[in-house]
Write a protein that binds this ligand. Structure first.
Ligand code: F6P
Length: 749
């Protein structure tokens, strides 16, 4: 019904437009006709009376001239007339002749100024507006044997033209209105009749009215599609917030609750044996883990990861499996064991000395070694095999995470051709020229195209990826669908900006903002009125920690009022320390911090505090809550979830986020103070602005960012990917069955 109303409305609007255009054209044409008609009448009137006019033109005959003019105005359309002499003076006029029209004014048009010869006199006509309405004025020369005696002025009433126009307008409007109603009624009736008969046919088919066997596979698929469409509609109607329950429902509804298998290098729970012999659980500092773990808790399934903890083997079963989270046990971790050589080649070497610097614009040269590549390939195969061990159907949903597993999607597809493989690339994708320096660029791209869906944080990274495909592979790019098609298989390439669970579960265990501030200030030995900035990162050169400290130094140089008042605390988790570049980074950061403290420290006061250690999430959140500002200064970052965590932590809507423009987060958290971390003047000014910002402004900015992160949370991120995957699965099932059906029919005939 709504569709019919929309159609009728569109029809009426369309017809109204057509009517308007027709009206304008008709009006202009009839007016031109009337004017032509009026002019002709004037010419006829003057030429009919020409002889008499000439004979009464002389002064002594003026009484007769007056009579002649009166006679001319007997014509019902001519309302007044006047005779003007060759010197443009009035000779005679009828009583109704309007004052506003003068011989002198019209004579200028009849007798051209440039040529005063009698032969140059010419007729002139125009419309004139008078207080009583519009009139049409004609001025016609009176010539006697090539001598211009003067000219006649005839004034025509245009009222009848306007009356006719109004009538035409009314008729046209009525005609088009009737037409619109008739057309709408006919269309609606025809649509309803054909829809009813079509849906009756379909219903009959679906209810088994048709027993013809060749229709059966098609019927099954149509039924399935209808169910999904209804389910999707219901899902849309749900609207509102994305929660773990809604994600679970989405999985049940669209994917029939099929098991989710995650492949990620880093495991969410690492068992470490401490020096005192006890086993403790470490939650790694990893954006990937922060985002994916809540999804696994909501959906359940298996997380396949490198078992990297010193007590991982003894805490897992003989297949490397362990149920987590401790005490909740809602999903499984399947640990994959790697030899030290494999870890060195695949993780430290190819992934972190090759792909990591290749994808980040942070000025560290990528190193590619063929030995590392060999291990990378082998480990990808090992994980793909683990996926095949863990799945319980021929078409599982596998979520492959990050640059450690570029080859895995194809390897999985080779063994499970009907799997839905969603690969998410958590780091940036470089431009095609830069990407081209990788010696195994084609193999990596081929590997990734094994995925059904390939996700990046931003459209920009999707574009870079598609450009790389265009440049290095034989594949068709379907720009309408945002897909890459190779050997008849397509991979959707879409942006899915990652986020956090909302609310964050850790916050339940974290004290109030005031308590956090008190305890952190006590730990750092800060006075009550001190100002505190915080940074939280793995110690990685892409995070711009060095630039961050330099900005703090610049702040203290430029704004002396912050000296002895402002302290910046950096929570720095050591990372990838086997790699030289990371060791150098550690040293240089240490030196910069020492220099700043040397320059601006005073007594107990140290402007920079480096807490170089792994910090568990409750500690990190305590620091977020205690701080006046958080500075995220990444030189290049796919998203950066620290920025979002800071926002999530600030239930008090206080604190200012200073955020690098080179993070994916800067596109979403636009109420942060966005800076170029290389520009120390700009960054230090932003720090000063943050420290001086009024409470109201802090509230306003923080409220808006919190509402964004809560709405665009990680359940929504996963939900969108799963819904897209469900659509693909429906389509693939349908086309697969149709293909089977056609093969069967062709084979039988
Ligand atoms: O997105 C990059 C990423 O995989 C994130 O999960 C995390 O920030 C980091 O790298 C983790 O690094 P690693 O697992 O090497 O410690």
């Amino acid at each position: 019904m709504r569709r019919a109303i929309r159609f009728v409305l569109a029809l009426v609007v369309g017809l109204a437009l057509v009517t308007w255009v027709v009206l304008v054209v008709v009006q202009q044409t009839t007016r031109a006709w009337f004017e032509k008609d009026v002019n002709l009448r004037a010419q006829l009137a003057v030429s009919g009376a020409r002889r008499a006019l000439i004979s009464h033109w002389q002064e002594e005959q003026r009484a007769g001239l007056q009579e002649l003019l009166d006679e001319i105005t007997h014509d019902e359309r001519i309302m007044a007339a006047a005779a003007c002499g060759a010197d443009l003076t009035l000779l005679s006029r009828t009583r109704e002749f309007p004052e506003q029209i003068s011989c002198l004014e019209l004579g200028m048009h009849v007798r051209p100024e440039t040529d005063t010869s009698d032969a140059a006199w010419t007729s002139w006509t125009s419309e004139k507006s008078l207080p009583g309405g519009n009139v049409h004025v004609s001025a016609i020369p009176v010539i006697d044997r090539n001598q211009a005696l003067g000219f006649m002025i005839l004034v025509h009433d245009l009222g009848f033209v306007e009356r006719r126009e109004a009538k035409t307008r009314l008729f046209l409007l009525l005609a088009f209105g009737f037409l619109a109603l008739a057309a709408s009624a006919v269309t609606v009736v025809a649509a309803r009749v054909s829809w009813r008969s079509w849906s009756n046919d379909l219903r009959r088919l679906l209810r088994g009215g048709s027993q013809r066997p060749e229709f059966q596979p098609l019927l099954r698929d149509v039924r399935e599609l209808v169910e999904r469409i209804v389910a999707e509609k219901d899902g849309d109607r749900e609207g509102g917030a994305w929660t773990p329950q809604r994600l679970k429902q989405t999985l049940n509804r669209y994917l029939r609750g099929e098991k989710v298998v995650v492949v990620a290098n880093r495991e969410p729970y690492i068992h470490e044996r401490s020096k005192n012999g006890e086993i403790r659980i470490v939650h790694p500092a990893s954006g990937l883990v922060t985002a994916i773990e809540p999804i696994m808790r909501a959906c359940s399934g298996v997380w396949i990861a490198h078992g990297s903890g010193s007590a991982d083997r003894e805490t897992a079963d003989r297949h490397g499996r362990i149920r987590v989270p401790p005490g909740e046990e809602s999903y499984l971790i399947r640990r994959v064991w790697l030899s030290p050589e494999e870890e060195k080649g695949y993780y430290f070497g190819f992934a972190n000395e090759g792909l990591w610097p290749l994808c980040h614009v942070a000025h560290t040269r990528p190193i590619f070694r063929s030995d590392d590549w060999k291990h990378y390939r082998a480990v990808n195969q090992k994980f793909a095999d683990a996926v095949c061990d863990e799945v319980d159907s021929k078409d599982p949903i596998v979520l492959v995470q990050d640059y450690h597993f570029a080859l895995a999607p194809r390897l999985i597809r080779e063994r499970l051709p009907r799997a839905t493989v969603i690969m998410f690339w958590h780091i940036p994708w470089p431009n095609s020229e830069r990407y081209g320096i990788c010696p195994w660029r084609n193999e990596l791209l081929e590997g990734m195209l094994g995925a059904s869906i390939l996700g990046f944080h931003t459209q920009y990274h999707c574009n870079n990826f598609v450009e790389s495909i265009d440049r290095y592979l034989e594949a068709r790019i379907d720009r309408e669908q945002n897909a890459v098609v190779q050997r008849g298989r397509s991979t959707l390439v879409r942006p899915y900006p990652i986020s956090l669970e909302w609310p964050i579960r850790w916050l339940k265990k974290v004290p109030s903002v005031d308590e956090c501030r008190t305890s952190v200030f006590r730990e750092l030995n800060l006075p009550q009125d001190a100002l505190l900035g915080v940074g939280v990162d793995r110690l990685d050169y892409t995070k711009g920690v060095e630039e961050r400290l330099l900005a703090v130094e610049r702040l203290l140089e430029r704004f002396p009022s912050f000296r002895k008042r402002f302290t910046f605390v950096q929570l720095a988790a050591p990372s990838r320390t086997v790699i030289d570049r990371y060791r150098q980074l550690n040293e240089s950061i240490e030196q910069v911090a020492a220099r700043i403290n040397e320059r601006f420290g005073h007594g107990e006061y140290r402007p920079v505090v480096m807490l170089r250690a792994h910090h568990e999430p409750p500690t990190v959140f305590r620091y977020y809550r205690a701080a006046d500002l958080c500075y995220v200064s990444s030189l290049h970052d796919g998203m950066n979830l620290v920025a979002k965590e800071f926002v999530a932590a600030r239930e008090d809507e206080r604190g200012v986020l200073v955020l690098s423009q080179f993070t994916g987060a800067a596109r979403e958290l636009t109420e942060a103070l966005i800076v170029n971390p290389y520009d120390l003047d700009e960054a230090s000014s932003a720090l000063a602005t943050a420290l001086r910002m009024s409470t109201e402004e802090q509230h306003e900015r923080m409220r808006s960012m919190r509402s964004f992160v809560s709405e665009f949370n990680v359940y929504r991120w996963a939900g969108r990917m799963l819904v897209d995957a469900a659509r693909l699965r429906s389509r693939d099932r349908l086309t697969g069955r149709l293909a089977d059906h056609i093969t069967a029919v062709v084979g039988a005939s």
